[in-house]
Ligand binder design. Structure first.
Ligand SMILES: *[C@@H]1O[C@H](CO)[C@@H](O)[C@H](O)[C@H]1NC(C)=O
Length: 280
């Protein structure tokens, strides 16, 4: 196993830099509603009654530690969804999702997470946050190595999707993924299941992004190494998993802030919970 990972690592290219939105991303839709500002240090997405907006990374990544600071739509954001995710292409794609479901002023956002492997998702876990995500920027991270996909908020792990291929559960490890983000209207389902509609008198809605960092592998690049700390035997993200403290912090979040876990939804899976639920 280790040898195979090493070969993968050596055929990939390193990038470990503070991001610049001009260099690292393309605005993909929204007809001027997505803007790169401050010389590439800030990106804003807006949504109005006509349309939302979105961007995607130029690079595709295969493993890495990817951080983005996001400040969500403030005030009455009900009906809006800010999606921030990694995804590969095609019907058997892999995907690692953060989605922020807006809410009425003073009511909490829902952070929705999911993991797709080989085109199959249905692994939703939802959280409230322990801070107001609209007041300041907070760091949302994905640590993705051959053994774990760990979701983190301000460095606190909230979810750990483990590689359980030995038990027959697919794990994302062969398909490079791009980063995507979008702000859009989903008032048919997002807030209280679609009961609360977007208040267009409060438009335009804006979410902001800064401090993108990818210490990650870029398979398409010509350089000969993966990331600086991604070599086997090194203590960087390539081998990282939750230590005892990390596990305790994740338990704290899941005990106090998790509002939905597909692994406890017996009604939804009358035939039995997905296999990873009984192992994890
Ligand atoms: C919005 O706030 C209500 C009331 O606190 C809560 O029930 C709901 O889960 C919140 N989030 C969404 C996305 O509806």
């Amino acid at each position: 196993m280790v040898i195979r990972f090493f070969l993968i690592a050596c055929s990939l290219a390193a990038i470990a830099t503070a991001g610049n939105f001009y260099r690292d991303f393309d605005i993909t839709w929204g007809d001027g509603r997505a803007k790169i500002l401050e010389g590439g240090q800030l990106l804003t997405l807006t949504l109005d009654k006509t349309t939302g907006s979105g961007f995607q990374s130029r690079n595709e990544y295969l493993f890495g530690k990817i951080d983005m600071q996001i400040k969500l739509v403030p005030g009455n954001s009900a009906g809006t969804v800010t999606a921030y995710y990694l995804s590969s292409q095609g019907p058997t794609h892999d995907e690692i999702d953060f989605e922020f479901l807006g809410n009425l002023s003073g009511d909490p956002y829902t952070l929705h997470t999911n993991v797709f492997t080989q085109g199959k998702g249905n692994r939703e876990m939802q959280f409230k946050l322990w801070f107001d995500p609209t007041k300041d920027f907070h760091t949302y991270s994905i640590l993705w190595n051959p053994r774990h996909v760990i979701f983190m908020v301000d460095g606190t792990p909230i979810r750990d999707f483990k590689n359980l291929e030995s038990r027959g559960i697919a794990f994302p490890k062969n398909q490079p993924m791009r980063i995507y983000s979008s702000l859009w209207n989903a008032d048919d389902w997002a807030t209280r299941g679609g009961l609360v509609k977007t208040d267009w008198s409060k438009a335009a809605f804006t979410a902001s992004y800064r401090d993108f960092r990818a210490d990650a592998c870029v398979p398409s690049s010509a350089a000969s190494r993966c990331a600086s700390n991604a070599a086997p035997g090194n203590s960087g993200w390539w081998n990282q998993e939750l230590d005892l403290t990390g596990q305790q912090r994740m338990k704290w979040v899941q005990r106090n802030y998790m509002v939905y876990n597909y692994c406890s939804d017996l009604k939804r899976f009358p035939q039995g919970l997905p296999p990873e639920c009984s192992i994890a």
